[in-house]
Design a protein around this ligand. Structure first.
Ligand code: BGC
Length: 769
């Protein structure tokens, strides 16, 4: 949960179209599976209609209003307020619900929402970490527990999954998504939606999900949060929209429009993404809420009527003259529920009278909100059992899953001379600013997680080591926020470094716990430099000079530039922000109880200047070649690659992937082909490999990415064991969107690559007829 953000963050024409899409949409999910969207329930539709007929204009305008915890009053509930966000106290939730249900004229319950992003109380790894597991069950576990714990306090909607594909390590919110790949993102989005909602989100332990942020919010210029985005139609559809589509096909009941503008059109004023694509093309029949004050942020600077600006920032994008204009723009574009600002509620009547919005569009918005409330079972079960709320939190099964999935999310980046696993019988020095820091382990968007619940690295190591464990923090990473935050305060070298060296000398082995503070990651945390903050590299160098074996364990919410770390450290474990079981999971991996099997869901650049660098880039007329000059390369880099590519990760054992075979040499445009490989554990201990399947279309009407992930499977194999992994490829996989938004499957060759990362591997081809 974020603390009250008002003071902290200083937060400060088309005629309406009625879009009433009932029933199910037609397409298959990204992975080709059947969709699970709820079919229109006639009973629900009848109840919605009957309620809508009784509503006054004022009640409709209340229903489209969404207020945060610190603004909502009993009076709002009495007046028929639609939704509330960020309240987590079940007593207060119940109180407001009683007022709404018992004292409002039509007894419509409130929908209570929260940012359960990677856990409510039992905090799982940040989503970027979970994506590294390449195991959608890990994401499902996170949402299963998150939904259960959220619902137990009376919440019925979560603002997740966050499915923004991103090529921007400077952007702090890359931590909240599944990384740079639309396919991986789609599989994880669908898994999260299905787990949180189940087949019926009215169940007492389920919630409705809100897929966000529509759209392309992960690609802000310069990596600066909220910044503008310029985007071709084909990129929007091929790279950024697929996880949204997968979430909708999996049944996501609600969605959130984004702060950023695409091609000059802000997310919450964009009729193409909200109405044309989401609602019409994909048949989404739930509602879209705005992001926080995003409607007010549509206004000009200064707005024509500044008196309608009580919410933080006085103005914004400059696509609306003033408050009424912003309200009309957002509603007409397809946004249904206004978060925090109150422009539709305040000016709706005036706008209707002036013909700037229509009753049919307003009815459509209200209808969508009521539909979700009926599906959520709120009319039958509006209240929460307060006496059971606390006992549903942090249950043993939740904690066990958080530990297992944290370990599965870790990526072994380097392990020279089998530095890892460490021997638990030896004496270990835990060193570094994050070595005993439960606060940092929870990462950004920590829900209602508590620092004291988090197992620190020190405690995790102590619990599993039979040798002596010592700890020296060496330096601190401050928790201050801008404008007070001063990067010079990040882990400055000092006497703590000498104590660290002494502790290392006295031990047999060293665990260096380094990375970012949790305040460096998440919303509004863009960084212009993605090196290890402060003097942490100097600390590594000082420990290296002792000659003791050591491992760098990294806690961070984004790719970092690790060239120096890699050059100076024998072993690196990327642990992300692992959540409440951090220390136990780190110890599981360091001592070899768990053999790491995660892979990077995002490229780690050599230098920040390479950004954006991502594996599925389009080819150029001058492909990068460092032996040549007139090629697409950097003069000052003798590589074309990132430091660690997408899909990369090591294990304590070794694997071979062999014998790529296709079921057919040619396939009809609507047909399918299977690709199989054998994978063998060629080492001496059991372990996990993620087999990855990529395709490339070498001749197409528009340049196709050099590779696109279209299948992956994480397998566990005993030493010497072998298995066969088979992937099915169909039109969804070998087709693509063109610049007019049309999906095309073009005849010709498709290359297939199979391997253990996005680089190299086995190759075969088939032809689409
Ligand atoms: C974020 C959203 C979040 C909302 C409500 C916004 O600032 O962008 O992701 O769901 O706040 O907390």
């Amino acid at each position: 949960m974020r603390q009250s953000r008002w003071p902290r963050r200083g937060r400060q024409l088309a005629i309406a179209v009625s879009v009433i899409l009932l029933g199910t949409a037609m397409a298959c999910s990204a992975s080709g599976g059947p969709q699970t969207r709820l079919a229109a329930d006639h009973n629900v539709e009848q109840r919605v209609d009957s309620l809508l007929r009784q509503m006054t204009l004022a009640e409709k305008l209340q229903q489209v209003q969404l207020l945060p915890d610190f603004l909502v009053t009993d009076n709002d509930a009495k007046n028929g307020l639609g939704s509330v966000l960020s309240l987590t106290d079940p007593v207060r939730i119940n109180h407001l619900q009683h007022v709404a249900v018992e004292q409002s004229r039509l007894h419509i319950p409130i929908l209570f929402a929260f940012d359960t992003i990677h856990g409510f109380r039992t905090i799982f790894p940040i989503p970027l970490g979970t994506a590294s597991s390449f195991d959608q069950q890990a994401a499902a576990n996170d949402d299963l527990i998150g939904a259960r714990e959220s619902a137990a306090v009376g919440l019925k909607q979560i603002y997740g999954p966050m499915v923004d594909v991103s090529h921007e390590p400077r952007w702090g919110r890359i931590a909240e998504g599944a990384g740079e790949d639309p396919y991986l993102g789609s599989v994880f989005a669908a898994a999260r939606v299905k787990a949180a909602q189940g087949s019926d989100y009215s169940a007492p332990d389920k919630v409705v999900t809100s897929v966000k942020h529509l759209a392309a919010y992960g690609q802000p210029e310069g990596g600066r949060d909220y910044n503008t985005t310029d985007m071709s139609e084909q990129r929007l559809r091929n790279l950024y929209l697929p996880p949204f589509k997968a979430a909708v096909d999996a049944g996501a009941g609600t969605a959130m429009c984004s702060f950023n503008a695409i091609n000059g059109v802000p997310g919450c004023a964009n009729p193409e993404t909200m109405t044309d694509i989401l609602k019409r093309e994909w048949g989404f029949d739930g509602f879209i809420e705005s992001d926080w004050t995003a409607v007010a942020e549509l206004r000009a600077c200064p707005p024509v009527n500044p008196s309608d600006a009580p919410w933080g920032k006085p103005c914004g994008h400059g696509v609306a003259a003033d408050g009424p204009d912003a309200a009309a723009l957002a509603l007409n574009a397809g946004m249904d529920s206004e978060m925090t600002s109150t422009l539709i509620r305040d000016y709706g009547a005036q706008l209707l009278a002036q013909g700037r919005i229509s009753m049919s569009r307003l009815n459509d918005a209200v209808r969508r909100i009521l539909r979700v409330k009926f599906r959520a079972g709120l009319f039958e079960h509006p209240y929460v059992d307060v006496s059971k709320a606390e006992s549903a939190q942090m249950l043993p099964d939740a904690v066990a899953l958080a530990r297992k999935d944290a370990a599965r999310s870790m990526v072994l980046l380097k392990n020279d001379s089998s530095t890892l696993p460490l021997n638990p019988a030896k004496n270990t020095a835990v060193i570094g600013p994050l070595g005993d820091d439960g606060h940092a382990m929870l990462g950004p968007w920590w829900g209602t997680g508590r620092d004291q619940d988090a197992v620190t690295v020190l405690n995790g190591i102590k619990a599993q080591s039979t040798g002596t464990t010592t700890f020296v923090q060496a330096c601190t990473l401050p928790h201050t926020e801008p404008p007070q935050y001063n990067p010079a305060d990040d882990c400055p070298a000092g006497p703590g470094f000498d104590q660290a060296v002494a502790a290392a000398k006295a031990a047999d082995q060293v665990v260096l716990a380094l990375g970012e503070s949790r305040e460096m990651s998440g919303e509004a945390t863009s960084r212009s430099n993605i090196d290890l903050p402060g003097d942490q590299q100097q600390l590594i160098d000082a420990i290296k000079a002792t000659g003791k074996p050591f491992v760098v364990v990294l806690f961070n919410g984004r790719p970092l530039t690790l060239q120096k770390v890699a050059a100076s450290s024998p072993a690196i474990l990327e642990a992300w922000f692992p959540g409440v079981q951090a220390g136990n999971a780190v110890a599981d991996v360091l001592f070899g109880k768990v053999n790491p099997g995660g892979k990077l869901p995002v490229s780690f650049p050599v230098n920040l200047g390479q950004v954006p660098i991502y594996y599925n880039h389009e080819p150029t007329g001058r492909p990068c070649d460092v032996t040549q000059k007139y090629d697409s390369r950097y003069r000052d880099l003798n590589t074309c690659q990132p430091l660690y590519p997408f899909g990369y990760g090591l294990s304590y054992t070794t694997f071979s992937i062999t014998n790529l075979r296709l079921s057919a040499a040619t396939v009809a445009a609507r047909g399918s082909v299977t690709a199989s490989v054998d994978v063998t554990n060629t080492g001496s201990r059991a372990g996990d490999e993620v087999v990855q399947l990529y395709i490339h279309d070498p001749v197409a009407s528009i340049s196709q990415p050099v590779r696109r992930l279209r299948g992956f499977q994480r397998v566990t194999l005993d030493a010497g064991a072998r298995t066969t992994v088979t992937f099915t490829l169909g039109a969804n996989d070998f087709g693509f969107y063109d610049n007019r938004g049309r999906f095309a499957v073009e005849p010709g060759q498709i290359d297939v690559f199979a391997g253990d990362s996005s680089v190299g591997g086995l190759q075969a081809s088939f032809t689409v007829r």
